[in-house]
Design a protein. Structure first.
Length: 170
């Protein structure tokens, strides 16, 4: 991993462990705001709130197959995840791939259920009694996000701004 200090006030670079630990503490919690940025086929941007799950150092989210974000990802998997974590604003740039392995989908469902959303695996998708009003009806597809680069700006001491560039596999 390459670390670049972006702070213009002389603060030291932030360690990646701070961002990793903040994600671990903040996900999946309904009160943690997370937004997925994708690109529409005509090049215009699209942003939508999503619930993230961290499982085995990987990042997952869901989307109904008919939603704008799912259609955008099918055409172009490049995307961003932006979140406000405890003491840190974090933006991840990378790609998302749909997960269709029923065993992994089951583990993701269990992770969401442990975090308070009563998701269940239904083959290669998730179902639940409810989801976000914009999620569309079930079933919901599961996506794994692979980061290429991350930007963190600390909103609590110690302050700083850092870019982390990941090697192969995020």
């Amino acid at each position: 991993m390459e670390t670049t200090n972006l702070d213009i006030y002389g603060a030291a670079p932030l360690p990646w462990s701070r961002a990793r630990d903040a994600m671990e503490a903040g996900l999946p919690r309904m009160e943690t705001p997370v937004f997925l940025g994708t690109t529409k086929p005509d090049g215009r941007p699209h942003s939508a709130g999503v619930g993230l799950l961290r499982l085995d150092e990987e990042i997952y989210f869901t989307s109904g197959p008919g939603t704008r974000k799912a259609r955008n990802l099918a055409a172009n998997p490049a995307c961003t995840l932006s979140m406000r974590l405890e003491g840190l604003d974090l933006v991840l740039e990378g790609t998302a791939e749909r997960i269709e392995d029923p065993e992994l989908v089951r583990r993701v469902a269990e992770g969401y259920a442990a975090g308070g959303w009563p998701a269940e695996a239904d083959g290669a998708a998730l179902t639940a009694p409810f989801s976000a009003p914009s999620a569309g009806p079930p079933p919901w597809h599961v996506y794994r996000f692979s980061p290429d680069v991350a930007f963190g700006v600390a909103s609590a001491e110690p302050h700083g701004a850092t870019r982390w560039t990941f090697g192969e596999g995020g």
